[in-house]
Design a protein around this ligand. Sequence first.
Ligand code: AHR
Length: 540
Amino acid sequence: MLDMLTRRTGWDRGCRRLVLGCALIAAAPVAPTTAAEDAVALSVDLSKPGAKIDRNIFGQFAEHLGHGIYEGVWVGPDSPIPNTRGMCNDVVAALRALKVPNVRWPGGCFADEYHWRKGVGAGRLVTLNPNWGGVAEPNTFGTHEFMDFVEQIGSEAYLSVNVGSGTPQEAAEWLEYLTTAQPTTLAKERAANGHPAPYRIAYLGIGNESWDCGGNMTPEYYLSQLKAYSRFVRNFNPAQQPEPQRMLKIAVGPGGDGSRWTEWTDTVMKAWQGRSWSWDFDGLSMHSYTVVRWPPSYKSTGFGEAEYAQILKSTLEMDRLVATHSAIMDKYDPQKKVALVVDEWGGWYAPLPGTNPGFLAQQNSLRDAVLAALNLNIFARHAERVRMANNAQMVNVLQAMILTDKEKLVLTPTYHVFRMYVPFQDASFVPVSLDAGTYTQGDITLPRVDAIAARDKAGKLWLAVTNLDPNRSVAVEATLAGIRAKSAAGETLTAPNVDSVNSFDTPSAVAPKAIVAKVQGATLSLTLEPKSVTVISVEQ
Ligand code: AHR
């Protein structure tokens, strides 16, 4: 475990100076209006609709790690906790409300030591999980359970296959087992295990962090692996053969800041440009955690404004990282055929005292809600290239949506942001101009306000506005050129303190509340509470 926590010394420390005055937005609840100098003007230009904000950027990551699967998603069919075929009903219901577009499984580092055959059929073998606490892995939650879970929450499967310690043959047989409609021995085994019909696998990750826990490969060595997996690990599901149902393949991409990572992206994308009929990929993965320094030492509870500002400064580095790697991809793929897939992101803090450090258990505060909104906004602003992202991780691990304790469940502040942002799934990005102002804490200066806008399929305009400043509310005057607005309303999420959390005793300490904005002509006015995330829709 020590290895897992100390191995990142080459990673982005996230301490570069933030470029100030980044464009953002503002929406507002009915809170006291601040002094005139605190007002922020923003304008939304509906005449220039941008790219689709792919719903897949709201994806989740579920690894066999700590209580992410066992005692999180999975309680088992014999549990007194209400469940459907072993899946905790409350967790399933909460996730359904998020309209989770895809779930990445089984890892993570776990994926490169996962052997699928141990998780199907009767008499599951008990193996080890050396990456995460060295605990026994019962393999009770395996292929069929994962597919059942994905179906229960109404999502898509994003499988990460074992490149590090597996073989193309093992992965190819897994996909044959899952997807063929032909009466092969593997298909018959699948049917005997309860699923005669081929499964739909929407996304295939070829390796995980192959530059580190996935085998410490050079980009050249990884490429030769990638080509073999891309060629032989096929999806045979007849329903997925025509576009756009085809399974999309995601290659391992960069893991941070610096030349090691730009070289990785360059090497892999250059090879992609020269691809042949026999291999290809559709996405390049990128991992970037908000950690400030390794090993993770920032606390997830009981912190003050200094840590709040430091973490937000670090998280805003995501924009530069995405821009850097997008620019390299543009060199080899100007048509943006390959998506940048940020399939691990989120805050990574010190383990909660008293927990197994390998379980990556942490609380989730209002700070994480702000962090989540800022990252989602960054992905939306890069919607042309960033078409998928996966929060790490879905339940009980790192920046989770949900925390569980036996039959009890808490929806985290991050969960509320994901729920509030549902209308942005597959909506069209709408450019926003904003003089964001600044928020300063010690020697850190950040944009005071951040915002995005989008139009959903029905044509409705949505604004998401975050006030980073924990001390001052912001009056926002938004000019909505191009629409006749009648009214605007939505929800805002804030709490008394930057480190306010939802606990099992106080599960609603951080919960959204309804807000109404004032609309007059083409101007929408609202006041954002300090340290808040607001989403509003405009009725025309
Ligand atoms: O999310 C925890 C771990 O972080 C994943 O297993 C790995 O891919 C990354 O290093």
